[in-house]
Write a protein that binds this ligand. Sequence first.
Ligand SMILES: Cc1cc2nc3c(=O)[nH]c(=O)nc-3n(C[C@H](O)[C@H](O)[C@H](O)COP(=O)(O)OP(=O)(O)OC[C@H]3O[C@@H](n4cnc5c(N)ncnc54)[C@H](O)[C@@H]3O)c2cc1C
Length: 414
Amino acid sequence: MSNSKVCVVIGASHGGVNFAFALRKEGWDGEIILFDSDATLPYHRPPLSKAYLTSDDAIDKNLLKSAETYEKDNITLRLGATVRKIDREAQKIILADGSEQAYDKLVYAAGARPFIPPIPGLDQATNCYALRSAADVQGIRESFNASEHKRVVVIGGGYIGLETAASLKKLGGTVTVLEREERILQRVTAPHMSAFFQKLHSDNGVQVLTAKNVSGIEREDGANTVCCDDGARFPADLIIVGVGIRVNSELATEAGLDVDNGIVVNQAAQTSDENIYAIGDCTLHRNPHYDRNIRLESVQNAVDQAKVAAAAICGKAPIYDTIPWFWSDQYDVKLQMVGLSQGYDDIIVREEADDDKRFSVWYFKGDELLSVDAVNYAKAYVLGTKFIKARNKVDKTKIADNSVEFKPGNLLQD
Ligand SMILES: Cc1cc2nc3c(=O)[nH]c(=O)nc-3n(C[C@H](O)[C@H](O)[C@H](O)COP(=O)(O)OP(=O)(O)OC[C@H]3O[C@@H](n4cnc5c(N)ncnc54)[C@H](O)[C@@H]3O)c2cc1C
């Protein structure tokens, strides 16, 4: 189809790598070149705070694809190569080492980086890590293993902070999570779910403290003390910062693309420049089901948008229209979430009689089902997905009643 054409991808992670293989599958026979600052072969990020952190595995046990698979599909990886500039007029990118690469199509898959809050003393703290990359895990493992007391303070009670807390507890740490808001996971889930995870951590020996605003890090006798604005102080051999991310959108902004809390793309993942597409964590896109613009931080979004961009570049007219989903693993709990709960005005909690660690939370706006959070309950997640997609009218009384068998036909309004 494209013969001598070149498709360049900035970012070789879930978005960029899946895009490259999808583009080949769609029939692109020109060059595909992936650039990434990270020198490691692209790997899965979700296990970094979960099973990978608690294992001794080398990163090659956690790769998205083997080196041979890239070779087989004639996909060129340029790792340890940071892109500094996009020159749209000349249709080329410029790298940190001054070299250049021309493109016919450019795909921006630069994702996000951890947000490091401006806490006084944080930049001087030792053994202090955010968690986004394999190198971060390497640092955390080494500092943790070298530490005598293994006192860990996690700043931020979101998914990454909580998963990391659970993993380091499993490895034998004394772990404290400090959350600024009144409850953990406040931004992303209902009070019932926050309370469940608070208790789960407490039952597993992790101290989770809310309404704790970290105001500074002090260094005493070569050790860190994490200080809060209410006077509380926590000695820490290891500090994990998990307070959210910042989109890597600077190159797009400098190149004059539309950016608004993410690179603005249409339903074919195309930016305001017809030769530049953007996918994954760095995009702001329209979700047709919820009829609003969203930015997502999930593997599902990166992979699905990658397929849409590949199809569009190969001349199809795809429309990105998915129901977002996400998961989190902490201790023996698997949380699966489908849909977007923002704007809900009613919640139904369905507890299962046989197991207090198996339940689901159903979020509604009026009688429209917006989303479902399912704890150790894949069936609730699967049914929720089906109902949301079909815009089925679910009977709230039947959902709440755990004597009603959990089958699609039993749960809809008459
Ligand atoms: C610890 C952790 C746990 C997670 N757990 C889950 C989970 O359970 N479920 C889930 O759905 N999602 C999870 N996520 C989120 C998920 O990993 C992201 O949504 C996904 O990685 C997004 O993929 P992406 O390709 O858009 O961006 P990224 O994965 O951020 O990749 C962007 C890449 O671009 C590169 N890059 C950036 N700028 C440049 C530049 N100028 N030049 C060259 N390269 C550049 C970066 O080095 C990076 O490799 C987790 C993330 C983390 C960090």
